[in-house]
Design a protein around this ligand. Sequence first.
Ligand code: NDP
Length: 230
Amino acid sequence: MSTVLITGSNRGLGLEFVRQYTDKGWQVLAACRSPERAIELSELAKQHPSIELLTLDVTKESDIHALAQQLNGRAIDHLVLNAGVLGDDCATLGEMTQSKWLGVLTINTVAPALLIQALRENVAASQHKTIIGISTRVASIGDNTSGNMYSYRTSKAALNQILVSAAQNLREQEVKTLAIHPGWVQTDMGGEKATFTPEQSVSGIISVAENLTLEESGSFRVFDGSSIEW
Ligand code: NDP
């Protein structure tokens, strides 16, 4: 049975990843800050023994180490680095402070890098060997025609760079990485007016990840499979 680990699995895209991988018959390691408070996720886990709930606040390095220890020796086919924040209080000139900046970078950039570092052997030991970083189109420098979103844009552009480096460093082990824009999606972050449903976005992301070749590792894609300029 294939295994996926999803960060930020209690709501939004993360919860939809849990649903869709469960429907595909995968073993789901659903990581979130407070499993005991994740009501919808806990209900799903009660119905499906294939869902395992794990505690992970991505800002806590101790949680990342504990998770890696707990999962020692277990293969992870898809590692979905999904947890993220918009940092909308650190978006414009006039709003920025050091502590707001560091908060966004810790979650969107440093945590995914530490998770790749901690779990790379688990991914390398799997059949599918794929790391999926949930990025965003606004991370694209070439696409930046409207400015603002300072902390979010840069935190995700740096995430993209991390995924490209990991693609190089893990190529010998045949581990693939993917930076993917989920579209503008109806979640707490995307809001009700967003274009796509979580169902549409997540099914697209899973399909792109499943079809990714080693040659394409380190790509920056949209959930429909199209490419985005860096
Ligand atoms: P939501 O705001 O709905 O969910 C964010 C998730 O991240 C929650 O599960 C949240 O957990 C988790 N999270 C935040 N901080 C931490 C932390 N310190 N430790 C663990 N988990 C944490 O956002 P979406 O589902 O929309 O976003 C998912 C990903 O997709 C993000 O990386 C986002 O940047 C990206 N994205 C989303 C777009 C959209 O339109 N929705 C567009 C482009 C990219 P908790 O409930 O505990 O806060």
